[in-house]
Design a protein around this ligand. Structure first.
Ligand SMILES: Nc1ncnc2c1ncn2[C@@H]1O[C@H](COP(=O)(O)OP(=O)(O)OP(=O)(O)O)[C@@H](O)[C@H]1O
Ligand SMILES: [Mg+2]
Length: 341
């Protein structure tokens, strides 16, 4: 089979690559539906701008939740929207799609994802571990015997994987990602400060004031935000201090470092020793959090670096895997072919 198109479907974003052109697009994995309608009104950027702004009868949805498929109809709609935008496949009768999948997805979720791709128009669909795609995209040679530690920090999941000789030697995950920090920020601002803020505002606050090293973060920075004052019941501009944001980050970052330590502790001694030279690599949008590389490096006692454009590692890697999937046989998670009657 020819794998013409690659899709990195994440909890927050979806990215697409074509066999000939490599990565071609990235968009929020959002769809807007009118009640009772199976065809979305819009998808991607426009649908995301509708989050929190919809009127009655319209809802904005994401096919994945916490890194795994939640709704296969939404996934099929999103994949169809992407396939139609790809010059490489929208004129072809038969094409193969290769899609990233969380390594901890249950068999029924993997099956549903494959079926969604077939329903969206692919003649054949294959799943590849999302952490393996990210590692290839970060430039790691997974087929060499030396160990490589990859930590993928996404919106809905965090994975830590130790690869050796084309296989996984140790793996661990958190069933939540950096979206949890946004939720915490919203909760703290509401309960301790009396302001309600939207999802976009809380994400912006995280990006601006968040840090993985609370002790080293400057405490005197203040950010202006807009929200609803619960006392006045009206929109107001207010100042956000760093403390609640650092507290929200720390909850997730401390679990992340614990996860990385557990994965390294579970690995055979020789492989753990390899990491002293090779270090750890961070990928995923969350890898851009201030000082996260330093914090993970300190927790493990090894060097740690953030990959180049970390949010695009998985799709870059998928573009490479599409060229020669056989070289990554052990890292594939399943395959389905369209039945022709
Ligand atoms: N500078 C930053 N500081 C903190 N978080 C950030 C920063 N930049 C991006 N993020 C977060 O990274 C997350 C998006 O990462 P990514 O695009 O890799 O997720 P995804 O692939 O959609 O989800 P997943 O792979 O977990 O299913 C969002 O939660 C976003 O807020
Ligand atoms: Mg991802």
């Amino acid at each position: 089979m020819h794998w013409d198109i690659g899709i990195d479907l994440g909890t927050h974003s979806v990215r697409m690559a074509e066999l000939k052109n490599g990565p071609v697009m990235s968009a929020p994995a959002a769809l807007a539906f009118r009640e009772g309608n199976r065809v979305p009104i819009c998808a991607g950027e426009i649908a995301e701008r509708l989050v929190g702004r919809t009127c009655e009868g319209v809802s904005v949805v994401y096919p994945l939740r916490d890194g795994v498929l939640e709704n296969n109809l939404y996934a099929a709609s999103l994949l169809q929207w992407l396939f139609r935008r790809s010059e490489g496949v929208n004129t072809r009768r038969r094409f193969g799609a290769i899609i990233t999948c969380a390594p901890f997805a249950r068999p029924v979720q993997k099956e549903a994802m494959l079926t969604a791709a077939i329903d969206a128009g692919a003649a054949e669909a294959m799943l590849v571990r999302s952490d393996a795609a990210a590692a290839v995209g970060a430039g790691l040679d997974l087929n060499s015997p030396e160990a490589k530690l990859l930590v993928d920090v996404g919106a809905g999941k965090i994975t830590a994987t130790l690869f050796t000789f084309g296989r996984v030697a140790a793996f661990g995950y958190l069933p939540y990602g950096l979206n949890r920090v946004d939720d915490r920020i919203r909760r703290i601002l509401r309960s301790d400060y009396g302001y309600r803020v939207g999802k976009t505002a809380s994400e912006e606050i995280k990006h601006t004031l968040g840090s993985a090293m609370p002790d080293k973060a400057p405490r005197d920075i203040i950010m202006h935000a807009t929200g609803i004052s619960m006392a006045k019941r009206m929109p107001v501009n207010f100042d956000v201090e760093t403390k609640p944001v650092l507290d929200a980050c720390e909850d997730v970052v401390s679990e992340l470092t614990r996860l990385c330590r557990a994965v390294v502790d579970n690995a055979p001694e020789e492989l753990s020793a390899d990491l002293n030279d090779a270090g750890a690599v961070l990928t995923g949008g969350g890898a851009a959090m201030t000082e996260l590389d330093r914090r993970v490096g300190q927790a493990l006692g090894i060097p740690c670096r953030v990959a180049d454009v970390p949010e695009n590692c998985a799709i870059r890697g998928l573009a490479r895997i599409m060229e020669d999937p056989n070289a990554y046989k052990e890292l594939l998670l399943g395959r389905q072919t369209k039945q022709v009657w």
